[in-house]
Write a protein that binds this ligand. Structure first.
Ligand code: NAD
Length: 543
């Protein structure tokens, strides 16, 4: 009998383990890495709760050690996409009807499994499959994913409590229905947490989901699926498949029961999706929800009053952690002439100490970029600078090598042109471009910054002068969805800095916040009149 209101209290952020030498967590993580490396994982799709394999077996190798085989996944063909949609639609009624406290329990249990039993296996899978160091994996595949699960349960609880007013003689209420149809989650390579959350958030709201992770994230995504199944996720609620991107779009966006897309990835792919959905709009039973967080060209702007050491540290961490492959990574910097050289000297000295190599060696700060396509696209920018006639020059790094893994040195470019290509375009790698401006012209520079790229994801300003901070925060109001003062522009924490950008960077639906969950709900308002009128006449009719 369900006769109580169930509340899920606000959680605390999952504490970040530090993996210092001699710590228990370091030992456990190293053990998990060794175990995974000693196994060849055979990774199936999961459709309707069943393991499914195709005839197309694809190898998975660590980006930093391409000679090593981690295992295989099975590429999905057309038939699997249709089966995943059918399984989702079959599961729809019973999943939507499950009482909230039971639905919620599955996700909190998954968070608990991830925080305990699976923490090291999950981090090891993210390190090996996506080439993250121990700390980068810990803040992503453990802490952020745990936080997404726990905080979203709490936020959803708060939404369900919101009820309309009732006037005398009337009882009003609101039901928060899931969407009618299935939700498609298409997720990027760079965060295990984003992959899990984009599938789990709509499911938590009672929706059924088809999940297509990036091929280069399947290794860790499959660990999340194992956890969800152990936590009790019923068959068909989340179906994970591995088709080529265009194929999943072609089939799902043509389906009458397509109810929404939860996407994170590049701007070009999202815009193609939106166009296809627009062209197909008359086919759908309901207007689909379109939620997408996309590219960025994130900035650090130092005001003449900034503390040089703080700027240099913000740049070193902000630009190069996870090889610059965070959508929030700093990739263009504007430094004032009065302190530019001091900042650059400190930054170059620091960056030169960053060790690069495989993830198993914990002293490496920099690992490999995700794959060969990415390697080629990033190094093309570096080569362009090497061949440019003075508009830009490399002042640190610039070497690369793909003989053993996709390694690119953290690279700093200095340009005399504030609109040079590497100041405007998303590179998505360990490449930072610096432009030095005349300190007296800092206000005009803000206009240049604001108009340089179509994106508006993250950005930081550094200053000691409070009038300048206030001025910059106002002038740059539309330049970033996540704005930082005296800090690097990356590292958003669930519940603390809800994440998302505007302009060409996405729909700004702030993953991991209450705002995102509203997109996966379709409220039904119910008015009940307690004693219905029995005569159509209103008092004003009376003579
Ligand atoms: P991507 O766009 O190449 O791929 C994202 C997903 O889309 C993958 O699953 C891919 O297989 C799929 N896909 C590709 N082409 C498709 C198509 N035609 N139809 C349907 N699906 C298709 O992005 P990526 O390289 O995995 O990730 C990097 C990008 O993601 C960067 O642009 C980065 O800025 C962005 N990103 C943004 C955020 C954010 O919150 N704004 C967070 C992480 C990453």
């Amino acid at each position: 009998m369900n006769n109580a209101y169930f509340d899920f209290a606000e959680p605390k952020n999952e504490p970040v383990l530090n993996y210092a030498p001699g710590s228990n967590e370091r030992k456990e993580l190293q053990k998990a890495i060794a175990e995974l490396k000693a196994t060849k994982r055979d990774i199936p799709m999961y459709i309707d709760g069943e393991e499914v394999r195709s005839d197309i077996k694809v190898e998975i190798r660590p980006p930093h050690e391409t000679a090593h085989l981690l295992g295989h996944y099975y590429e999905s063909i057309e038939e699997h996409v249709h089966k995943a949609i059918d399984a989702a639609l079959d599961a729809q009624d019973s999943w939507a009807a499950m009482n909230w406290e039971h639905r919620a329990s599955i996700f909190i249990k998954a968070a608990e499994l991830l925080a305990t039993k699976y923490r090291y296996r999950m981090n090891a899978a993210t390190m090996l499959g996506q080439s993250k160091n121990a700390f980068q994996a810990e803040i992503d595949s453990a802490c952020e994913l745990i936080d997404f699960l726990r905080f979203n349960v709490h936020f959803l609880s708060q939404i369900y409590k919101q009820q309309p007013l009732s006037s005398p003689g009337v009882n009003n209420r609101m039901e928060y229905r899931p969407l009618e149809g299935f939700v498609l989650a298409v997720t990027p390579f760079n965060f295990t947490a984003i992959g899990g959350n984009l599938a789990a958030a709509p499911a938590m709201c009672g929706n059924v989901v088809v999940w297509k992770p990036a091929n280069t994230q399947i290794y860790s995504a499959s660990v999340f699926m194992e956890i969800m199944i152990e936590a009790g996720l019923p068959a068909g609620v989340i179906n994970i498949i591995y088709p080529p991107g265009p194929l999943v779009g072609e089939i799902c966006f043509a389906h009458p029961d397509f109810a929404g897309i939860h996407f994170t990835g590049s701007t070009g792919v999202f815009q193609t999706m939106w166009k296809t959905i627009g062209n197909n709009i008359a086919r759908y039973k309901t207007y689909p929800r379109i939620v997408g967080e996309t590219g960025g060209k994130d900035f650090i702007f130092a005001h003449p009053s900034a503390m040089p050491e703080a700027v240099a540290t913000g740049l070193a961490r902000g630009a190069f952690e996870y090889q610059g492959q965070k959508c929030s990574a700093a990739s263009r910097a504007y430094l004032p002439s009065n302190i530019a050289q001091e900042i650059i000297d400190m930054l170059v000295t620091e960056v030169k100490t960053m060790k690069m190599g495989i993830v198993d060696d914990f002293t490496n700060f920099i690992n490999a970029v995700i794959d060969e396509r990415s390697f080629n696209s990033i190094t093309r920018y570096i080569d362009e600078v090497k061949n440019s006639n003075g508009a830009a020059k490399i002042i640190c790094g610039g070497n690369y090598d793909k003989s053993k893994g996709y390694f690119i040195e953290p690279t700093i470019i200095l340009t005399t042109d504030a609109t040079y290509s590497t100041m405007c375009e998303e590179i998505f790698g360990p490449v930072l471009t610096i432009y030095t401006y005349d300190a007296e012209n800092w206000i005009q520079m803000l206009d240049v910054l604001d108009n340089t790229s179509p994106y508006a994801l993250t950005g930081s300003v550094f200053a000691q002068d409070r009038y300048a901070i206030e001025f910059m925060a106002k002038r740059l109001v539309n330049s970033a969805g996540n704005f930082y003062i005296n800090d690097k522009p990356s590292g958003a924490v669930v519940g603390q800095q809800p994440f998302g950008g505007a302009r060409a960077s996405g729909t700004n639906d702030k993953a991991g916040s209450i705002l995102n969950l509203y997109r996966w709900l379709s409220p039904r308002t119910i008015k009940e009149t307690l004693v219905p009128p029995t005569n159509y006449r209103y008092p004003f009719h009376q003579e």
